[in-house]
Design a protein around this ligand. Structure first.
Ligand code: FMN
Length: 194
């Protein structure tokens, strides 16, 4: 079984990164639908270290603003929602529940570097899964690396156990304001089969 052409267009071929938004809110229920899909995708030892903080209120947006690169301020302030994508360094505590078939928690005991590397790796994958899951719900997104993670963490995650690594604006994009799509690498440029 494969997906039909309209679905492939929606998820990949016509889907774009957006910076301009329709005046249309994003419901909490739609964000939850996207999470319920994205959470099923794989992570290392099923550790699921991604934590999402959805910034929707004007007050929370103002708290986020000083951490944004100048070029990301307007699109973020105008987006109906901005997801702060972060990883939880305490994810091993949940492994007895999430991966009960073995003592996976012990793999990370006394290993802060391995813990952070694993958290960042799986959470980054989860952020990508979430982006695609949002597209299945008709949402548009604008991922952003241009922000000061230290400032975001101080403002939103002061306990030091949760670390931000990506922001994603979420809404319904204004397609009239898109620039032409930039090229993508061909299979032969990026891939090899041995
Ligand atoms: C990890 C990551 C970081 C990005 N950071 C920024 C950013 O800080 N500001 C911005 O305007 N766009 C940012 N982008 C958007 C990319 O430039 C955009 O997704 C890419 O050019 C593809 O555009 P398209 O989906 O419209 O083809 C980022 C995208 C990703 C995936």
């Amino acid at each position: 079984m494969t997906l039909d052409a309209a679905t492939l267009d929606m998820l990949f071929l016509n889907a774009r990164t957006h910076a301009h938004w329709q005046d249309r809110p994003v419901s909490d229920a739609t964000l939850q639908e996207a999470w319920d899909l994205a959470r099923m995708a794989p992570t290392a030892a099923n550790c699921q270290p991604l934590r999402l903080l959805f910034v929707k209120s004007a007050e929370a947006k103002e708290r986020l603003k000083p951490a944004l690169a100048p070029g990301n301020v307007e699109k973020t302030m105008k987006a109906p929602a901005t997801a702060i994508c972060a990883f939880d360094l305490d994810f091993p505590e949940l492994l007895p529940r999430l991966f009960p078939q073995t003592d996976a928690k012990s793999w990370f005991a006394g290993k802060p570097e391995a813990t952070e590397a694993s958290a960042r790796q799986s959470a980054t994958l989860q952020a990508a899964y979430f982006l695609i899951a949002c597209r299945t719900q008709g949402l548009d997104l604008g991922p952003m690396g241009g922000f000061d993670a230290g400032k975001v963490d101080a403002a939103f995650f002061p306990d030091g156990r949760v670390k931000s690594f990506l922001l994603m604006n979420i809404g319904y994009g204004d397609c009239a304001k898109l620039h032409p799509r930039n090229p993508r690498l061909e299979f032969a440029e990026a891939c090899k089969i041995l």
